[in-house]
Design a protein around this ligand. Structure first.
Ligand SMILES: C[S@@+](CC[C@H](N)C(=O)[O-])C[C@H]1O[C@@H](n2cnc3c(N)ncnc32)[C@H](O)[C@@H]1O
Length: 243
């Protein structure tokens, strides 16, 4: 079987190894033409970063677990290592970047581990780090992710009732996961709680943080295996422009 995903060392899910989504591709393209540095947040071993480096660009790479970043550095050809800056720590409250010093930030498949309040906090930090007209690229697991299939009706009801975290659910007794032969291994490799992301909620958070939504869509998460798939809208992406 083709290896689509690489496990993280800190049980924070998997990094995509093969097929990229269009938002990550757009970030790479933007990064290669940017005037100021760009940052990949929650990169694991680096998704956009190695591709930017291979094409002659520079990139700052963050992850909660510095072991991922050390591996990225070791795997980077020596002549490209000066173009790679590592920034280990939590993007919520540990790392710091100079105000208005970045042209773009990619945060790929991290926000579905955070509650709404934490996403808002991160977006405010990202906005502060970006130059005016700088861009934020977000990719996450959407409310149409396979593991939310049996739970979408409950989500819609909680959302209608104004629940602050309507899409945040435990995966412990998840119906889709329960049917998997390797469910214990999958559960072990991920945080217990997931917050499946919808465009409407995220667009409001973008606006509050000072971003205009330039583009947003659900898309087929071709980088996942069957357990995560549903109707071709399992992934969600947004591009925001800092106003
Ligand atoms: C599912 S992986 C995604 C990796 C990669 N961005 C991708 O799209 O394949 C989530 C990554 O986010 C990192 N992460 C989780 N919480 C974080 C935080 N507060 N600050 C920085 N990185 C974080 C984890 O260490 C992990 O490597």
């Amino acid at each position: 079987m083709e290896i689509k995903l690489v496990p993280t060392l800190n049980n924070m899910g998997w990094m995509i190894a093969q097929e990229l989504d269009t938002y990550t591709e757009a970030f790479i393209h933007y990064a290669l033409n940017a005037q100021k540095p760009v940052l990949e947040v929650g990169a694991a071993y680096g998704v956009a970063a190695p591709r930017i480096l291979q094409q002659g660009g520079k990139v700052i790479v963050n992850d909660l677990d510095g072991r991922h970043l050390d591996t990225l550095y070791a795997q980077t050809p020596p002549h490209l290592q000066p173009n790679l800056q590592l920034l280990a720590g939590s993007c919520i409250d540990e790392i710091e970047v100079e105000d208005h010093s970045l042209s773009a930030i990619l945060c790929g498949r991290v926000f579905h581990f955070f509650d709404t309040e934490t996403i808002a906090l991160c977006l405010a930090r990202f906005a502060r780090w970006l130059e005016p007209n700088g861009k934020i690229f977000i990719v996450a697991d959407s409310i149409f992710h396979g593991m939310n299939e049996g739970l979408l009706a409950d989500f819609l009801q909680r959302k209608a009732e104004g629940h602050p975290n309507p899409a945040r659910v435990s995966l412990t007794n998840n119906p889709r996961l329960a049917a998997q032969a390797n469910k214990d291994d999958i559960l072990q490799a991920m945080p217990e709680y997931f917050n499946f992301i919808d465009i409407e909620t995220m667009a409001k958070l973008f606006n509050t943080a000072g971003f205009l939504v330039e583009h947003a869509s659900y898309f087929p998460a071709k980088y996942y295996y069957e357990v995560s798939l549903w109707d071709g809208r399992e992934g969600v992406g947004l591009i925001g422009v800092k106003v």
